[in-house]
Design a protein around this ligand. Structure first.
Ligand code: ASP
Ligand code: MG
Length: 444
């Protein structure tokens, strides 16, 4: 069984929903995971925000506008009635859209809580999958609409419960012996109370890798509009190329450091069960894309990625000199404010760390100030060079720093893993740094 995930733009219009059929209609058994049509989840967030603020008139207008959009989709997607015998996709779609919007509208009448917000956010994927299913039915392709809410689940720490998913997904599939094509919703799940929940924005990739892992499937395909993972950021440097093969470790580093094409945590379930993940382009289905697999690549520099919006915090104290327990008291503060630290460098009397979210920055600095002096630099960028630098046989470090010789470096992190060298720079030097690395490391 293969798992194929298509994002919001791949189902973003009636045209795209129809074109999708070419990519999923083969006889190979497969589970197709779909996102909401592009724009829908954002619109649902807006609706929920208005409901929270008790701006019910505004919410109603937003709901009407979104419903109109779906009515247009129906016209573009299905044959117009009347049909010879029976109901066609248009009628079924019309009823579906009506029901879902009635449900969303029902929240304008009553109290609005976080649970209800999650129920609203789930509507996009429920709509896109049912519409694609009706379309397949109308053109005579047999498929099963598999309700993700029957098997996708997160535990009390909001972590996916792979064991539960595996058991329940297998039980669900058992009901349809002989069927080959399954359509299911990305992103949505139930939580440990059984309520509707989600895997956070962009979570459809995660659904796909969780399903692939649960079934130890042959391959997980993530279809987007880009031809795989590139060696550098194509929005910033002129020449880039798709990387054909990545190890799971390299991919995990790249996903966090801004390579927008994969949800950061979603590599983990696939890695755990060694299921290869292939990144493919719907606009160029024949292109090879990038495959992420359990294979250690040879010594090499694979790609460069950058993450903006980083805050560097320098924490200095004479108490650090020859003392133990100092770092623990620093890290405890970040832990208490649930703020992850990304990069760390130390000297004998100071430590610098980076965070990517300033929500609790003031409170953290205040507590640190009780026993250290603290300096904060905002608008920093982490540039991360990913590859396999085992034993550093070929002088990779010197090639990297030689390429960056004209850029001032605020922090350097080397040796944290064999797959990553990171440097922290002022964001205004990001372009220069990426261009210099493209030239120095890839000759581009
Ligand atoms: N529809 C959800 C979102 O827009 C999930 C996804 O597209 O992956 O975040
Ligand atoms: Mg997406």
């Amino acid at each position: 069984m293969k798992v194929l995930k298509f994002g919001g733009t791949s189902v973003g219009s009636p045209e795209r929903m129809k074109n999708l059929v070419e990519l999923i209609k083969s006889d190979e058994p497969k589970i197709v995971v779909l996102s909401a049509m592009s724009g829908t989840t954002n619109a649902l967030v807006e609706i929920a925000t208005a409901l929270y603020a008790r701006e019910n008139d505004k919410a109603k207008k937003l709901i009407d506008a979104l419903e109109k959009k779906y009515e247009e989709v129906l016209k573009g997607l299905f044959l117009s009635p009347p049909y010879k015998g029976g109901r066609g996709g248009f009628e079924k779609g019309k009823e579906l859209v009506k029901n879902h919007f009635q449900f969303i509208r029902s929240f304008t009448l009553d109290m609005f809580t976080a649970n209800e917000e999650k129920a609203i956010l789930a509507q996009g994927e429920l709509l896109s999958t049912a519409l694609e299913h009706f379309y397949l039915e109308e053109i005579g392709i047999d498929s099963v609409l598999l309700p993700a809410l029957n098997f996708m689940r997160i535990d009390e720490n909001d972590e996916p419960d792979l064991k539960y998913i595996e058991e329940n997904l297998k039980a669900e599939l058992k009901k349809y012996a002989g069927k080959k094509l399954f359509i299911t919703q990305g992103y949505i799940c139930r939580n440990s109370f059984g309520e509707i929940d989600n895997l956070k924005r962009g979570g459809s990739d995660y659904t796909a890798t969780l399903i692939g892992a649960a079934l130890t499937s042959e391959e997980i395909q993530i279809w987007t509009d880009i031809d795989g993972m590139h060696n550098n950021d194509p929005r910033i440097v002129d020449k880039t190329f798709p990387v054909t093969e990545l190890s799971f470790d390299e991919a995990a580093e790249l996903a966090y450091f801004g390579a927008k094409i994969l949800h950061p945590t979603c590599v983990l379930p696939a890695q755990k069960r060694k299921v290869p993940v292939r990144l493919l382009n719907t606009m160029q289905p024949q292109a090879k894309g990038t495959v992420i697999a359990d294979k250690a690549s040879a010594d090499r520099i694979t790609a460069v990625a950058a993450k903006d919006g980083i805050i560097a915090i320098k924490i200095k104290s004479a108490r650090m000199l020859l003392a133990y327990g100092f770092l623990r008291s620093v890290f405890e503060i970040f832990e208490r404010y649930k703020t992850p630290i990304d990069m760390i460098t130390t000297s004998e009397v100071a430590v610098s760390v980076t965070i990517d979210n300033d929500k609790n920055l003031d409170a953290i600095v205040k507590e640190l100030n009780e026993f250290c002096s603290v300096e904060v630099d905002k608008e920093q960028t982490i540039v991360c060079i990913v590859g396999s630098f085992t034993a550093d046989k070929q002088g990779y470090a010197s090639r990297i720093f030689d390429s960056l010789k004209n850029i001032s470096l605020r922090m350097i992190s080397y040796g944290g893993s064999e797959n990553n060298v990171s440097v922290l720079i002022d964001s205004k030097h990001k372009k220069d740094a990426l261009v210099a690395l493209n030239k120095g490391l890839f000759g581009l």
